[in-house]
Design a protein around this ligand. Structure first.
Ligand SMILES: Nc1nc2c(ncn2[C@@H]2O[C@H](COP(=O)(O)OP(=O)(O)O)[C@@H](O)[C@H]2O)c(=O)[nH]1
Ligand SMILES: [Mg+2]
Length: 215
């Protein structure tokens, strides 16, 4: 029985990987750069999209987004308010997006009308790690209010991502979070990782992040 379970799990990952590769080819065929945004509920994934989209528009980059959530359209509404094309992707009860759901969402977004696609994953620090979506880079956002041990508790998340953001730095003093500890924990799990500290309420730190994202 145990062998069957393990086998099944491997198949699920293999199927996801194949569809992710196909998504990736599709993005490239349309000249779209896709980025997977990961992090806990409330870490600042949607806030990041809200901050970055006007900067992209100013650079002549047309953005679009897939809003991934278990339920509802709260994020979708915030993204639509930015005036960019967006698709709402509800997982129902799954704690992560998968490549197939992204493939399906792409039926409702015209890739020829955008240059860049944000895929906001379901708020979760564990489940999404095993499910690549076909994005060029994975960005993980943690916030000071999650506790400065949050990085240490999630090695797989930081190993699997390309860029890390430590957000809500304005609140660090209020919750007693040691930002240096968070950053050092990131380097321990992922030496050489690109790390940015942001306050998404004010936009502090966002330009440096954006340069790195687009490089
Ligand atoms: N003080 C402060 N609040 C923030 C910051 N970034 C996001 N928030 C707030 O945190 C809450 C959750 O942000 P949201 O982007 O919805 O998180 P998501 O669940 O990861 O998409 C919202 O009320 C944001 O306004 C920040 O840097 N500082
Ligand atoms: Mg959100």
């Amino acid at each position: 029985m145990h062998h069957v379970d393990v086998r099944l799990e491997k198949d699920v990952y293999d199927v996801n990987r194949r569809i992710a590769d196909s998504n990736s080819r599709r993005f490239r065929a349309h000249g779209v750069r896709a980025f997977d945004l990961l992090g806990a509920i409330g870490s600042g994934k949607t806030a990041l999209i809200e901050r970055v989209v006007p900067l992209l528009t100013a650079r002549g980059v047309r953005a679009g987004a897939i809003a991934g959530d278990v339920y509802g359209d709260d994020d979708f509404r915030r993204i639509i308010a930015l005036g960019i094309p967006a698709v709402n992707a509800n997982t129902g009860k799954e704690c992560h997006l998968d490549a197939h759901l992204v493939e399906h969402s792409l039926e409702n977004i015209d890739l020829d009308r955008i240059d860049l696609l944000f895929i906001e994953n379901v708020g979760n620090m564990v489940c999404p790690t095993d499910f690549p979506l076909g994005a060029e880079k994975r960005v993980v956002i943690v916030s000071a209010t999650e506790g400065d041990d949050v990085v240490n508790k999630h090695p797989m998340m930081f190993r699997g991502c390309d860029i890390a953001i430590i957000n809500k730095i304005d609140l660090a003093p209020l919750v007693g979070a040691n930002l240096d500890r968070m950053e050092n924990d990131i380097y321990r799990y992922h030496p050489g990782m690109k790390v940015f500290r942001t306050n998404l309420k004010t936009g502090e730190g966002i330009d440096a992040f954006l340069d790195s994202l687009l490089e």
